[in-house]
Design a protein around this ligand. Structure first.
Ligand code: BGC
Length: 721
């Protein structure tokens, strides 16, 4: 359709039909109620009317269902406007790849894009038109259980990975049935809830918001994302879905976004609960005024919007603008010509869990694992005959993480399966030892675990946090391993010091006590479908760990929030610090620095950083600077290393971070190989929100370093004229 035809279509719609375009229910409500909604909502319109006018559906099962929904709707709708079908495809549809936080640890935008591309193929075959992905909420407090859905505590990584996902998922042309539109979420600063409690209010300065939280969403929109989801939280007092400053001024006016904004689940309704709307009608008015086009599931638009327009409280032009955005998206997806888009049962069979996708998922799981510690235990020797696999997750199938599809666990390669695939002749004794739930004090399995450990040549000790402890609504106030896992670890390691601790968890955990006793520690996060195969290959050195932490691991929960790019204080803590009451910014009972800092991760080989060279020491704003880092693989295995480039602005009109990642690149080096990684630094990377909250750079001296956070090396300075 051309824009003239779209306008004609809009002009032909009744008020109820227009409102219908802005209404979304989930497929469960839609189908199970045989097109009706029960309770008071059901009384508003007869069931067939809802089906006739409804604009979009979320959370459906498969291609057959997608087609059935579309057929049912198209048969009822005299205007023949297809439904938009939306789904949360966050880290894979059927082939599940590692959780986003793990993908961040991959420090590899191309790998993230490759995974997103596989998700695109599976999603389009399933009939998805819009995915609620990427989620790029910068998060610096792991008490918040949704930290697993984001890539990093660093907006640069979130923005780069988010943009890579958008590009590959949407492709060049959304009408291509294999492409899927992206909805960026959760705008804005949902990852900064007070006290780490999900849905809690967010209070931050405009400078902090603009420097740390907004850039990742903006990067995804600049990459072309067609939708955005305002977040549940209030931001500086105003819930995002009604936040006119955020939505109208920043999003639409400053950034020029003309795509669709869709509320988060029942967030319009929650304006009443927040206490900023005086009842449902007021909530609808506020959300419409803030340019929220689609109301997800709570049916407030469905019930109240038409009347508000009739009364002149919501201007009809405002409604028309929202409807037009939705129609334009449907048109761009080519739905008027092909309402099924990519839905195809045969294709589903061909792509779901196919060998190519499993291979990508396995490689992603290998390249996102972070080797935290290794006192010569890893890789395990190939001639081991007798290994004990111990721990609450030893045989677990829940290794996919939040937002994996229901039933995905049955496709997971478990750890014993993975080990047997690689080492078929190995004798493996398996003991659970203990549970991993909060309050789980049952120690009755520890004795058998200790016995198994004592009788084995090596032990793989699998610890962490149950899969359902991270994700939406899963905040924790204490981030140690739940239950008696630490006791299990102590006794097992005492019985057999040739033990590697493997960790499965969706957030940074406090591993301080484990680190004191474990000779080796490998952080696997939730690796997805190929978990067991990836772990076995990492343990026996078929794959070499190369992940780096995209969020630091704390010593204690009390260190949160703990951004690596903290601001300096007037009394920074000296290192080492020996005074009892030093009157510096520090704790009496714990060091300031994390147990493992942002950017840290070991390999089975050794990388030596030989030099960092600048091609000039003074630049003007128009000039650029080349930074060349030379490194060498001084070990005996092929390995990948992420070269990280950090900036420090020495003097500015406002306090600047002590270290700021401004670029990164992952390279592969053969044993003995030397390589040079060159980064280009421009004036744009030196900008910040200054004294007057204006975005720009200031002349002066800057430092550039490599290494990783809190452990910077090879620093050189330059000057911006
Ligand atoms: C979540 C969103 C998600 C939506 C739809 C909400 O509860 O916050 O991230 O996209 O549900 O499933």
């Amino acid at each position: 359709m051309n824009s003239e035809q779209l306008r004609e279509l809009l002009g032909s719609l009744t008020l109820e039909e227009k409102v219908g375009q802005l209404v979304q229910f989930n497929a469960g409500q839609f189908i199970e109620n045989s097109l009706g909604i029960t309770g008071p909502d059901g009384e508003l319109l007869p069931a067939e009317d809802l089906n006739r006018v409804m604009g979009s559906v979320l959370t459906f099962e498969n291609a057959a269902q997608a087609k059935a929904l579309q057929d049912q709707h198209m048969a009822a709708d005299p205007k023949k406007i297809p439904l938009l079908l939306m789904l949360d495809v966050i880290h894979g549809l059927r082939t599940t790849y590692p959780i986003p936080l793990a993908m961040g640890c991959g420090f590899d935008d191309a790998l993230t894009a490759e995974c997103a591309d596989m998700a695109r193929k599976e999603s389009s075959a399933c009939g998805v038109h819009v995915t609620f992905n990427p989620m790029v909420d910068t998060a610096r407090d792991a008490r918040w259980g949704r930290i697993l859905e984001t890539y990093s505590e660093e907006p640069l990584i979130n923005g780069r990975m988010g943009a890579a996902i958008v590009k590959v998922t949407q492709g060049e042309d959304l009408s291509d049935p294999e492409n899927v539109a992206c909805c960026v979420k959760h705008y804005a600063a949902y990852g900064a809830p007070e006290a780490g409690r999900d849905y809690n209010s967010v209070e931050i300065s405009e400078r902090m918001l603009r420097e740390t939280y907004l850039p990742a969403y903006k990067a995804c929109l600049d990459a072309g994302a067609r939708l955005i989801m305002p977040s549940f939280n209030s931001l500086n007092g105003i819930p995002s879905v009604a936040n006119k400053w955020l939505m109208n001024r920043v999003l639409r006016k400053e950034w020029g976004f003309d795509g669709v904004a869709i509320s988060d689940y029942a967030a319009v309704n929650e304006l009443v609960v927040h206490g900023v709307a005086d009842g449902p009608e007021d909530a609808v008015r506020l959300a419409m005024e803030a340019g929220c086009d689609i109301d997800m599931v709570d049916n407030f638009y469905y019930r109240y919007l038409a009347d508000l327009v009739r009364k002149g409280i919501v201007p009809e032009e405002m409604l028309d603008t929202a409807v037009m955005r939705v129609l334009a998206l449907k048109n761009e997806l080519g739905l008027f010509e092909n309402p099924y888009h990519g839905a195809d049962e045969e294709k589903e069979k061909a792509v779901y869990l196919c060998d190519t996708h499993r291979e990508i998922a396995r490689r992603a799981a290998e390249e996102t694992a972070v080797l935290l510690k290794n006192e010569g235990i890893l890789p395990l020797k190939k001639n081991l005959k007798h290994v004990a696999l111990i721990g609450p997750f030893a045989e677990d199938i829940h290794l996919n993480g939040f937002w994996s599809r229901p039933g995905a666990e049955k496709d997971t390669v478990t750890i014993p399966e993975g080990i047997r695939n690689l080492m078929p002749d190995l004798e493996l004794i398996i003991e659970k030892g203990c549970g991993a739930e909060i309050g789980d004090t049952d120690r009755s399995g520890i004795a058998a675990a200790v016995q198994a450990a004592a009788s084995a040549e090596a032990v793989i000790l699998v610890l962490g946090e149950p899969e359902n402890y991270s994700g939406e609504g899963r905040s924790r106030a204490e981030l140690t391993m739940p239950g008696v896992q630490q006791e299990l670890a102590e006794q097992v390691i005492r019985a057999n010091p040739n033990t590697v601790a493997v960790l499965f968890n969706g957030r940074p955990l406090v591993l301080t006590e484990l680190e004191k006793i474990a000779p080796a520690m490998l952080e696997m996060w939730y690796p997805g479908t190929e978990a067991g195969n990836a772990l076995a290959r990492l343990l026996w050195g078929e794959a070499n760990p190369c992940g780096k932490l995209s969020a630091g691991l704390p010593r204690t929960t009390g260190q949160y929030p703990m951004p690596y790019n903290r601001m300096n204080t007037g009394r920074p803590k000296p290192e080492p610090d020996t005074q009892a009451f030093p009157f510096t910014s520090c704790y009496l009972d714990t060091p300031n620095l994390p147990l493992y800092s942002f950017g840290f991760g070991l390999s089975y080989t050794d990388f030596v950083y030989e030099s960092l060279e600048l091609d000039r020491t003074v630049i003007t704003p128009e000039e650029q600077l080349q930074v060349t880092v030379t490194l060498r693989n001084a070990g005996e295995r092929v390995g990948k290393e992420t070269v990280q480039l950090y900036l420090r602005d020495k003097v500015a009109s406002v306090v600047r971070p002590v270290q700021q990642l401004i670029d990164y690149r992952k390279v592969s080096l053969a044993p003995g190989e030397r390589t040079q990684v060159t980064f280009t630094v421009t004036e744009k990377q030196l900008r910040f929100w200054d004294f007057d909250c204006q975005y720009g750079s200031e002349p002066g001296t800057f430092e550039l370093s490599t290494g990783y956070a809190d452990h910077l090396i090879l620093t050189k300075t330059f000057e911006l004229k």
